[in-house]
Design a protein around this ligand. Structure first.
Ligand SMILES: Cc1ncc(COP(=O)(O)O)c(C=O)c1O
Length: 369
């Protein structure tokens, strides 16, 4: 099914509130740089990325996610999608078995396929990815791709015992963990668990994050933190890919962080999305009722509407689109079949009447379930 991602429609997943973005501050930073661009940025750029941005990212993830790195381990990437692609180029040989969560981020499947890897699906439960189950299912795997802080898309948070077990697995197997920390800038409930990378004393974790949710997806900037021993291989892969993201955009992002605009924006958005999540859960319970439960993890920008067993989630998503809404079917992210559902983004609900959107959703899907 073709996924229509119209950010102007209610429930589009992965879309932050673009109206609340501090356009004036961003414009000032961009204007200043473009008026008098530093000559080195007009010529080329380090394949690891603009050093001030790498320093700002290392400081940010160190402070907020207990990631232990210095700026020389940070590679600025064109979003975490590119980080996944680089990881596959560097760490995967054709035929390798790679452990993936089921369901997982749909963009991972194509990357693994292109690298000739075999995805080994490990069903997630209420605690996310289960390392013991993964090892039983595929003892020969040496790479695991996980979203421990806010499992995508189910929303589970991986507890400390499993985090430590996964690190132990990687250390024993000489394997690698890809920690995709795509939206944990926004934690609304529960305790912010330390990143796997920060817990990992064996240097087996590659940590990736993105500005797509905290700034805007079209910015195409993110980061990849790699163990020091892997830096040269990643730099070589980067040279054959795109060299580096646009230097002036990186410089603007660095200035935006250094001048405190990013931190202030995050604080405002954290509070806004926390309220929006609460309103969505309350309104959904009231309007959709107990037969159509909506659950939301403790972080991020999306919830899941669970459809009754046997219902056609693609038809439900299409009907919702016909009613001017933009949820996506959960099955798009499944490796194997599972309970049907719709992913409801709540980042972009500004300007919409939430009750009205939920009533439209109910009337769209009612004939199909
Ligand atoms: C779990 C996960 N990983 C990676 C990405 C890719 O994000 P981007 O390439 O925009 O940084 C997404 C996008 O929604 C995602 O949900």
């Amino acid at each position: 099914m073709m996924i229509v991602r119209d950010p102007s429609r209610p429930f589009a997943p992965g879309v932050p509130d673009l109206a609340a973005f501090p356009h004036a501050e961003w414009r000032r930073v961009l204007g200043r740089l473009w008026r008098r661009p530093p000559l080195d940025l007009m010529c080329g750029i380090d394949p690891l990325g603009h050093p001030p941005l790498r320093r700002a990212i290392a400081e940010h993830v160190g402070r907020t996610r207990a990631v232990r790195c210095d700026a020389d381990q940070v590679m600025v990437v064109g979003g975490s999608q590119q980080a996944l692609d680089l990881v596959a180029r560097v760490l995967i040989e054709p035929g390798d078995r790679v452990l993936v969560e089921d369901p997982c981020y749909g963009g991972l499947a194509g990357v693994l396929r292109a690298a000739g890897a075999v995805a080994e699906a490990v069903p997630v439960d209420a605690d996310g990815f289960d390392p013991a189950l993964a090892e039983r299912r595929c003892p020969e795997a040496r790479l695991a791709c996980v979203t421990p802080s806010h499992q995508f898309p189910t929303g589970a948070t991986m507890p400390l015992t499993r985090r430590l077990a996964l690190i132990d697995w990687a250390a024993r197997r000489g394997g690698w963990i890809i920690e995709d920390d795509y939206d944990s800038d926004f934690r609304h409930a529960g305790q912010q668990a330390a990143s796997l990378q920060g817990l990992d004393r064996h240097g087996r974790t590659l940590y990736l994050g993105t500005f797509s949710k905290s700034m805007f997806p079209g910015l195409r900037l993110g980061w990849l933190v790699v163990p020091p021993s892997l830096v040269p291989a990643f730099v070589a892969a980067r040279r054959t890919a795109d060299m580096a993201p646009a230097g002036l955009t990186q410089a603007a992002m660095a200035a935006f962080m250094e001048e405190g605009h990013f931190g202030a924006h995050l604080r405002r958005m954290r509070s806004l999305y926390g309220k929006r999540r609460r309103s969505l859960l309350d309104a959904a319970a009231r309007i959709l009722g107990p037969d159509l439960p909506v659950t939301a993890g403790e972080a991020g920008l999306h919830a899941i509407l669970w459809l009754p067993e046997g219902s056609d989630e693609n038809a439900a998503a299409n009907a919702a689109h016909a009613h001017g809404l933009a949820p996506t079917p959960l099955g798009f992210h499944r490796v194997t079949k599972g309970c049907p559902g719709l992913i409801l983004g709540y980042g972009n609900l500004a300007g919409w009447d939430l009750d009205d959107a939920l009533k439209r959703l109910l009337s769209a899907i009612s004939p199909l379930i």
